[in-house]
Write a protein that binds this ligand. Structure first.
Ligand SMILES: [Zn+2]
Length: 252
């Protein structure tokens, strides 16, 4: 079973991006989302991820687990791949890999749920508004407290995908649970508030730095960086091949 960390999934998405990059200017803006959506669906199937609903619009990219929705910024579709962007956040590569980043969040949530069902990850225990820490608890008792859709939970329960065996990776899943559903929730909300309240670019970048360090974000950004490297390498390689073909043709 491949995960979004694997070369299989990353290479597949990278191939789509390289092709899209090559044809970008020939494809009308409103048709650029199609190959992205198709590729995401293909990868979701490969990685045993319940495909979230995709919604495009004038908002920032995000994954909302209670609705099982990926919100993707239409800004991606208007980006010029050739413009030399200075800010990483605004580059074509960053934008085009953001849907993959959001799909990783769906995968993270499914890994957390599978961890609960396999009783290898503790369910955070809530009692009203009082948080009682991370105690082992019967999953069935508190299903409704976690806020997941029932069909998503059923999907995770029946999923054939396996949890990572390595201690380190399972530990990462436990950190996501603490940060997203458990005692780290206040800290996470604080970081989100700081981003929303930032009045200057400096304040925003500072808050954004903390945001990228949140456990689930850190993981998703690491994967996104690997993917960006693969794509830019392949684009450069393709450009090199084209240049070589051009030079050879002079001597044909
Ligand atoms: Zn994210």
């Amino acid at each position: 079973m491949s995960t979004l960390e694997s070369d299989t999934c990353q290479n597949s998405y990278a191939r789509m991006c390289v092709k899209l990059h090559r044809d970008w200017k020939k494809i009308p803006e409103n048709q650029r989302k199609r190959p992205i959506e198709e590729e995401l669906k293909k990868i979701a199937e490969k990685a045993s991820i319940k495909m979230p609903t995709i919604i495009w619009g004038e908002f920032g990219n995000c994954f909302a687990f209670p609705d099982w929705q990926m919100k993707l910024s239409s800004h991606i579709l208007r980006q010029d791949p050739d413009r030399n962007f200075r800010k990483t956040m605004d580059s074509w590569l960053h934008q085009i890999t953001s849907p993959y980043h959001e799909l990783r969040h769906a995968e993270q949530h499914l890994m957390m749920l599978r961890g609960f069902y396999a009783e290898r990850v503790l369910v955070p225990f809530f009692l009203g508004d009082e948080r009682e820490g991370e105690l082992p608890h019967k999953f069935s008792d508190i299903e409704k407290d976690l806020g997941y859709r029932l069909d998503v939970m059923a999907f995770a329960r029946n999923s054939k995908a396996e949890l990572p065996n390595e201690h380190e990776k399972l530990q990462k899943v436990r950190e996501w649970v603490t940060s997203r559903l458990g005692s780290g929730l206040d800290q996470r909300d604080g970081v989100h508030r700081k981003i929303q309240d930032a009045m200057t670019a400096d304040a925003f970048m500072c808050a954004y730095g903390s945001y990228r360090q949140l456990p689930m974000e850190k993981d998703a950004f690491e994967i996104q960086i690997q993917l960006k490297r693969k794509i830019s390498g392949q684009i450069q390689e393709a450009a090199g091949d084209d240049a070589l073909r051009g030079m050879r043709s002079l001597f044909d």
